[in-house]
Design a protein around this ligand. Structure first.
Ligand code: SF4
Length: 215
């Protein structure tokens, strides 16, 4: 029988390795034992009064940060707060000029490479060059060995539930298996981005949480 204590210990070692490797990439890593510790760490990084942008993220929902930001001294720009496509588009543009971008990662390698697959690309555009600070909150289910494994994980474990959530008619949403689709209005795998270094000192922060979060 696998002891959950041993899994937790192994995951804490993986997180330590990732944090060490993120440092080489000019990205600040943090260890959080659970989501409540992660929430505190995220709020420590977000300056009081900041405008905070957020894309669609199950991890952020599980973290419970949205109500905290709404009640606190922050301006929240939530791309999916409205179902109106024009309002969504406008909010996604505004997020590019926010003070902080809050997101998860689709996968992170033990070497510290952050891997994301994006549909329209607005989330990754903001991550690459938008807000002054970017905060990733990442659960242990996102940890992989290599960039190739990251893409496999995203197509096998992240896209099917995400496409179901979004009501997409993709092979992964219908059969659970990637069909390498190219379908206007459905395909969510449009841009694969590997972040391997931050060229702006102190901009990128990765909060690693020793529990499974999001997908
Ligand atoms: S390429 Fe299409 S079928 Fe494959 S994971 Fe992405 S959205 Fe799903």
């Amino acid at each position: 029988m696998i002891s959950t204590d041993n899994v937790k210990k192994a995951n804490s070692l993986k997180i330590e390795t990732i944090i060490k490797n993120l440092k080489k990439r000019d990205i600040t890593g943090y260890y959080a034992e659970d989501r409540s510790e992660a929430l505190k760490l995220a709020l420590d990084v977000i300056p009081e009064g900041a405008t905070v942008g957020k894309g669609g993220s199950e991890t952020m929902n599980q973290l419970g940060i949205i109500p905290v930001l709404k009640e606190g001294n922050y301006t929240l720009l939530d791309a999916f707060a409205s179902t109106n496509p024009e309002v969504q588009k406008e909010t996604k543009r505004k997020i590019f000029f926010a003070d902080v971008m809050l997101t998860s990662a689709n996968a992170i390698t033990l070497n510290g490479e952050i891997v994301n697959i994006d549909g329209t690309g607005n989330r990754m555009a903001a991550v690459i060059w938008g807000p002054d600070k970017v905060i990733f909150v990442v659960g242990t289910n996102k940890i992989v060995e290599s960039v190739d494994n990251a893409v496999d994980r995203i197509k096998c474990d992240a896209c099917p539930p995400n496409c179901i959530r979004l009501g997409k008619k993709t092979p992964c949403a219908i059969t659970g298996k990637c069909g390498d689709c190219l379908s206007l209005g459905n395909t969510t795998c449009c841009h694969t981005i590997v972040t391997r270094f931050s060229s702006i000192e102190g901009r990128m922060h990765v909060i690693m949480v020793n529990e499974s979060l999001g997908f």
